[in-house]
Design a protein around this ligand. Structure first.
Ligand code: C2O
Ligand code: CU
Length: 464
């Protein structure tokens, strides 16, 4: 487990204690933006014009779901109608939401039954790149296409010639180009890396080309909507400044590639320095074309200034002297060391958990389930969630309702300069996810490899 002494040493070496910015929701000055989202069965072409459409579950018959675009301070009013034949809910990933509007079925709301509707209404108090997705049986509903982008603009956004959102997914299709059905819910996927796909799309297309002005400055908003694939994207033909991760500003950094775990986002300001820029997905060791930005003279000349972006909005770390440490030991999965765990009031051997209950992962010896509160937290406390990934697999750990700073006692660890809502933890990695617990309610902390979450890799934090 994490040595508290070393951890504190590492913290003081950073000397980063600072004032906590006011994070209370701003008064509702913005306008109400109304949306209608209908979840239903639909067919959509994701395999190319010569191929048949794929049967999917979509919002408003479109893949990805409609772009919801707002200004900071606005209020989202989204009426969601369920035309599936199973219950569903919508989670607004990365929004520091009102708990009742967080969309976690059976935790923050009753699931929306087939034929029923539910209206979500909440303010968006932070600008950036977010997304929404189904949060009922999400391992299946997201795999079938129930997700879309949500972008919040602000007056202090950098000026660009174009703003392009790339929602990237890794589908598992059968030979006919349909969602591979028999592997949905596969115990092998649940105990290994999750559902990895065989068909990469960007905004539901293969290698789409986006026409842009010559020498343009482009804001790229990258969203990993895959169930389990960790993407590595490489950029050629642009000078790229990374300005935000997970919808939160980070210290500006020039990058040529970026790794995105499921649910993570990156905002990159790209200056086109060639006739075309090429984006490739390289995580498997083989380059896979992901998209292109093509200089198109008919669009006229670029006008956005090519400044270095200055991100003074990165909030300082909170004062850690009073932080409450919560240890979280992740165990389980294939090739792991979990022999038994508590589930539904009883301690069961892993074999029985797997075969009878499809549970394979645990935190501190407890299989995740919503009836179990992992920690009760007094509102206003600074929390250091000291997480050890004691498994053989990487996990994309996501906290609902809050963004966190990432700290580690390993001096060689590469840590983000801003806050995140999802952190990719490598096998045996230890990290402290530090946040101000200022948002009351029941909040999930879970792996965003959605099969792992379904198989027990999650916990409920109660803040009151
Ligand atoms: Cu995007 Cu609980 O998830
Ligand atoms: Cu995981």
């Amino acid at each position: 487990m994490l040595q508290r002494r070393d951890f504190i040493k590492a913290l003081s070496a950073c000397g980063a204690a600072g004032l906590i910015p006011a994070t209370l929701p701003r008064p509702a000055l913005g306008s109400v933006r109304s949306y209608q989202l209908t979840a239903g069965k639909s067919a959509f072409n994701i395999t190319g014009p010569e191929q048949a459409d794929t049967d999917m579950w979509l919002y408003n018959d479109t893949c990805p779901g409609p772009l919801l675009r707002l200004r900071r301070g606005d209020i989202v009013r989204a009426a969601v109608t369920n035309q599936l034949d199973v219950p569903t809910t919508v989670h607004w990933h990365g929004i520091r939401n009102i708990n009742d509007m967080d969309g976690v079925a059976d935790l923050t709301q009753a699931p929306i039954a087939p034929g029923e509707s539910f209206t979500y209404e909440f303010p968006v108090n932070h600008s950036g790149t977010f997304w929404y997705h189904a949060h009922t049986m999400s391992w299946e509903q997201v795999a079938r296409g129930l997700y879309g982008p949500l972008i919040v603009d602000a007056d202090d956004d950098p000026v660009t010639d174009h703003d392009i959102c790339l929602m990237i997914d890794d589908w598992r299709l059968d030979k006919a180009g349909q969602i591979h059905q028999s592997s949905l819910g596969s115990l092998h996927d649940w105990s290994h890396a999750g559902r990895l796909g065989n068909w990469l799309t960007v905004n539901a297309q293969s290698d789409p080309a986006f026409p842009v002005k010559r020498r343009a400055r482009i804001r790229l908003r990258l969203i990993n909507a895959a169930n389990a694939r960790v993407l590595t994207l490489r950029f050629d033909g642009v000078e790229a400044q990374l300005v935000a991760l997970d919808g939160a500003p980070c210290r500006t950094e020039y990058v040529t590639k970026i790794t995105l775990a499921p649910a993570q986002r990156a905002d990159i300001i790209c200056d086109l320095v060639a006739e075309k820029a090429v984006i490739r997905e390289t995580s498997t060791g083989t380059d896979y074309p992901a998209g292109q930005l093509v200089a198109t003279p008919e669009l006229g000349g670029a006008t956005a200034p090519k400044d270095v972006i200055n991100t003074t909005r990165v909030p300082p770390l909170p004062d850690l002297s009073q932080a409450r440490h919560i240890l979280l030991h992740m165990q389980g999965g294939a090739m792991g060391n979990l022999t038994e765990a508590r589930y539904d009031g009883a301690v069961l051997p892993l074999r029985e958990l797997a075969q009878k209950h499809k549970k394979l992962w645990a935190f501190n010896g407890q299989v995740g389930d919503y009836s179990n509160i992992f920690a009760e937290i007094k509102r206003g406390t600074v929390i250091s969630l000291d997480v050890v990934n004691d498994t053989a697999w990487p996990h994309a750990m996501h906290l609902h309702g809050h963004h966190f700073w990432v700290m580690a006692d390993d001096p060689t660890a590469i840590l983000p300069s801003g806050q995140r809502d999802t952190w990719l933890m490598q096998p045996q990695e230890r990290a402290s996810l530090v946040f101000l617990a200022d948002n009351p309610g029941l909040w999930l902390f879970h792996c965003h490899m959605l099969e792992h979450a379904a198989a027990g890799m999650g916990a409920v934090l109660l803040i009151d």
